[in-house]
Design a protein around this ligand. Structure first.
Ligand SMILES: *[C@@H]1O[C@H](CO)[C@@H](O)[C@H](O)[C@H]1NC(C)=O
Ligand SMILES: *[C@@H]1O[C@H](CO)[C@@H](O)[C@H](O)[C@H]1NC(C)=O
Ligand SMILES: *[C@@H]1O[C@H](CO)[C@@H](O)[C@H](O)[C@H]1NC(C)=O
Ligand SMILES: *[C@@H]1O[C@H](CO)[C@@H](O)[C@H](O)[C@H]1NC(C)=O
Ligand SMILES: *[C@@H]1O[C@H](CO)[C@@H](O)[C@H](O)[C@H]1NC(C)=O
Ligand SMILES: *[C@@H]1O[C@H](CO)[C@@H](O)[C@H](O)[C@H]1NC(C)=O
Ligand SMILES: *[C@@H]1O[C@H](CO)[C@@H](O)[C@H](O)[C@H]1NC(C)=O
Ligand SMILES: *[C@@H]1O[C@H](CO)[C@@H](O)[C@H](O)[C@H]1NC(C)=O
Length: 288
C-alpha cells in the first residue's frame, strides 16, 4: 500500500548543477536519499496520530518537506522561513503545529473522513534540488459502540439438524468484519449484510448469518461451541459465543429448562450453560 516516486525539480541553472553532479561523481559526495513515510495503517476516530517522514540528507541541505492528503498540500516545513511551519485547509487545521517538525506531523482528533493516502515530499536545496517522496494509507475507523451479539433458533440439536444463527455488530464506519468458528473450525457466513445507521452518517451495522448442517463428527463431547468473531482492523476485536448441546434424551430431561428461542450475548450465557453442564454431570454420576 505504498509507492515511491522520484523526480528532479526544475533547476535554475542546468550548467551549475551539472558541474556539481560531475564534482559529486569525482568526490563521492552524495545527496538526499531514502525518503520513507510512516503512517499508522488504522487508527480509531478521535485519536492523535504521529506520522513520520524519514530521509537521509547526506551532504545536502533541506529545502522543504511538504505533506499532501489526496493531492492537497496541508503541511509545509521550510527551515529558512520563520516560522518554518505552515498549514493549509481542513486537514492542516488538525495538525498540532508545536509538536510537528521537519520529520513528524502530529494530527489530533482524526475523523473517518481523514481516511486516505498521505504523501510526504522532501526537497534538497541548491545545487541538486533533488525531490523524493513516499506515501502511505491510513484508515480512520469509527468503532462499534458495544459488543457483538449472537442469536440462535434453539439450543439443542441432533445430527442432521441445521444450526441457524445471526451475529449482529453495532454500527461503525467501516462496518465490522464477521467470521465464525464452530468447535474451533472456521465456517463461512451464509450471508453478510450492512444496515445503514439512521442516526449516524456513513455508519453501518454488520450482520452475518451462519447456516451449518451438523455432521456426526461435528459435536465435541456432545457440544458445539459457536463463536462469532467481529473485528475492525486490529482496533476492535470481540467475540460472542453460544454453547449448543447434542440432543439426547437423558440430557433433555435434565436440561429441559430452556426450550424456546434464545437471544443473548456471549459469555454470561455460556457460563450459565457451563454450570448447567456441571450440574448435569454431577446428577448423572449420582444416578449411576
Ligand atoms: C538507503 O538507500 C540505499 C540505496 O539507495 C540502500 O542501500 C540503503 O539500505 C538505504 N538505507 C536505509 C536505512 O533505508
Ligand atoms: C512522534 O514519533 C517520533 C518518532 O517517529 C518521536 O520522536 C516523537 O517524539 C513523536 N512525537 C509525539 C508528539 O509523540
Ligand atoms: C502548543 O500550542 C497549543 C495551542 O495551539 C498550546 O495550548 C500548548 O500549550 C502548546 N504546547 C507547547 C508544548 O508549547
Ligand atoms: C469530516 O467529518 C466531520 C464530522 O465527522 C465534519 O465536521 C467535517 O466537516 C468533515 N470534513 C470534510 C472535509 O468533509
Ligand atoms: C437472521 O436474520 C435473518 C435476516 O435478517 C432473519 O430472516 C432470520 O430470522 C434471523 N435468524 C435468527 C435466528 O434470528
Ligand atoms: C469459504 O469461502 C471461501 C472463499 O469465499 C472458499 O474458498 C471456501 O471453499 C469456503 N469454505 C466452505 C467450507 O464453504
Ligand atoms: C459493507 O459496507 C462496506 C463499506 O461501506 C463495503 O465495503 C462492503 O462491501 C459492504 N458489504 C456488504 C456485504 O454489503
Ligand atoms: C476485513 O477483512 C479484509 C480481509 O481480511 C481486510 O482486508 C479488511 O481490511 C478488513 N476490514 C476491517 C474493517 O477490518
Amino acid at each position: 500500500m505504498r509507492s515511491v516516486a522520484k523526480y528532479r525539480a526544475a533547476r535554475p541553472s542546468l550548467f551549475v548543477s551539472l558541474l556539481f553532479v560531475v564534482l559529486a561523481g569525482v568526490t563521492g559526495v552524495r545527496g538526499l536519499r531514502n525518503t520513507s513515510i510512516e503512517v499508522p495503517p488504522a487508527v480509531a476516530a478521535g485519536s492523535t496520530v504521529n506520522m513520520s517522514c524519514r530521509y537521509d540528507l547526506e551532504s545536502d541541505t533541506l529545502y522543504t518537506v511538504k505533506w499532501y492528503y489526496k493531492r492537497q498540500e496541508f503541511f509545509r516545513y521550510v527551515p529558512k522561513e520563520d516560522p518554518p511551519i505552515e498549514m493549509f485547509g481542513d486537514v492542516g487545521a488538525k495538525v498540532v503545529a508545536n509538536k510537528s517538525s521537519a520529520n513528524n506531523v502530529i494530527m489530533k482528533d482524526v475523523e473517518p473522513n481523514n481516511t486516505g493516502r498521505y504523501k510526504c515530499e522532501v526537497s534538497a536545496d541548491f545545487p541538486f534540488f533533488t525531490t523524493l517522496m513516499d506515501s502511505g494509507y491510513m484508515h480512520v475507523a469509527s468503532l462499534p459502540k458495544g459488543d457483538p451479539e449472537v442469536n440462535v433458533e434453539k439450543l439443542r440439536y441432533a445430527v442432521g439438524d441445521t444450526v441457524r444463527s445471526n451475529c449482529t455488530v453495532p454500527s461503525g464506519n467501516p462496518p465490522a468484519n464477521i467470521t465464525w468458528t464452530v468447535n474451533g473450525n472456521q465456517v463461512n457466513s451464509s450471508f453478510v449484510i450492512n444496515i445503514t445507521d439512521k442516526f449516524i452518517d456513513n455508519h453501518h451495522m454488520a450482520i452475518a448469518g451462519l447456516d451449518f448442517e451438523i455432521a456426526p463428527n461435528s459435536f465435541n463431547n456432545g457440544k458445539l461451541h459457536v463463536v462469532c468473531h467481529a473485528s475492525v482492523f486490529h482496533l476492535y476485536q470481540k467475540k460472542a459465543e453460544v454453547l449448543l448441546m447434542e440432543e439426547r434424551p437423558i440430557l433433555a430431561s435434565v436440561l429441559g429448562t430452556r426450550e424456546s428461542s434464545y437471544i443473548g450475548n456471549a459469555a454470561k450465557r455460556v457460563e450459565e450453560w457451563f454450570y448447567a453442564g456441571v450440574l448435569a454431570t454431577l446428577l448423572l454420576c449420582n444416578l449411576r
